[in-house]
Write a protein that binds this ligand. Structure first.
Ligand code: AP5
Length: 212
């Protein structure tokens, strides 16, 4: 299975990706985590990437497409994958379509007012990449590996969060039509309910597809 999960920052792409990949045993390609790992290595490339991420801006299309071509041709992706964070512009979508056929795209719909609350309260584990929220984990200790949870740099400033949401509407949203026209887009809805409710919508579609 070659899948994509789309949605604005804070929609729950990473959260759903973890559920899907654990259940269906496919590789989770979190582009944000890959980029943050590169930033952590303090390489020249990492410093350049950091200069975009910390302002909430996108990495240039050419650079991210080269990174993704290399990643998707690696052994880790040969049995299927779920892309979380790529493509994020029409140019990236068109480039991806030149070398990969995608089976399904899940578009998570969430109101903008909910997104900021999710992002300011998000806590992440730098060791095992688990994602949690301050309202569900007041101790701020990772439930999976016991590490102290952290706040992502791009979640610390309200203006940066707003910039990320605006960039989503301007540059990423056109991908919804792009994949609708290809006949692979599925809308799912996330509101104030638990993340398992969103996963159940995705599971129903995936299980339905596999029975066809
Ligand atoms: P990336 O790391 O991909 O960030 P993002 O798209 O902004 O998405 P987030 O990780 O913020 O949110 P999410 O939808 O995964 O939500 P989550 O599951 O964590 O990218 C970071 C940066 O890298 C970009 O800004 C850009 O600079 C660069 N970049 C990445 N890809 C690029 C590309 N292709 N091209 C160019 N640049 C690129 O959930 C959020 C919170 O909500 C959590 O606390 C969670 O516990 C909670 N939550 C989740 N689901 C629910 C629910 N159903 N109900 C209640 N709470 C929930």
């Amino acid at each position: 299975m070659k899948l994509i999960i789309l949605g604005p920052p804070g929609a729950g792409k990473g959260t759903q990706a973890q559920h899907i990949c654990n259940s269906y045993n496919i590789h989770h390609v979190s582009v944000g985590d890959m980029l943050r790992d590169e930033v952590g290595k303090q390489t020249e490339k990492g410093k350049l990437i950091d200069s975009y991420i910390k302002k909430g801006n996108l990495i240039p299309d050419k650079m991210i497409t080269e990174i993704m071509k290399e990643k998707l041709s690696s052994d880790s992706c040969k049995n299927g994958y779920l892309l979380d964070g790529f493509p994020r512009t029409l140019i990236q979508g068109e480039e991806l379509a030149k070398f990969q056929d995608i089976d399904a795209v899940f578009n998570i719909n969430v109101d903008d007012e909910i997104l900021a609350e999710r992002l300011t309260g998000r806590r992440v584990c730098l060791k095992c990449k688990e994602v949690d929220h301050i309202t569900k984990n007041k101790e701020e200790i990772c439930k999976k590996c016991g590490e102290k949870l952290s706040i992502r740099d791009d979640d610390k400033d309200a203006d940066i969060i707003l910039n990320r949401i605006q960039i989503y509407h301007q540059l990423t949203e056109p991908l919804i039509n792009f994949y609708t026209n290809k006949g692979v887009l599925h809308n799912v809805y996330s509101g104030l309910g638990a993340s398992i409710e969103v996963y159940n919508q995705i599971k129903e579609i995936l299980d339905g597809n596999s029975k066809k």
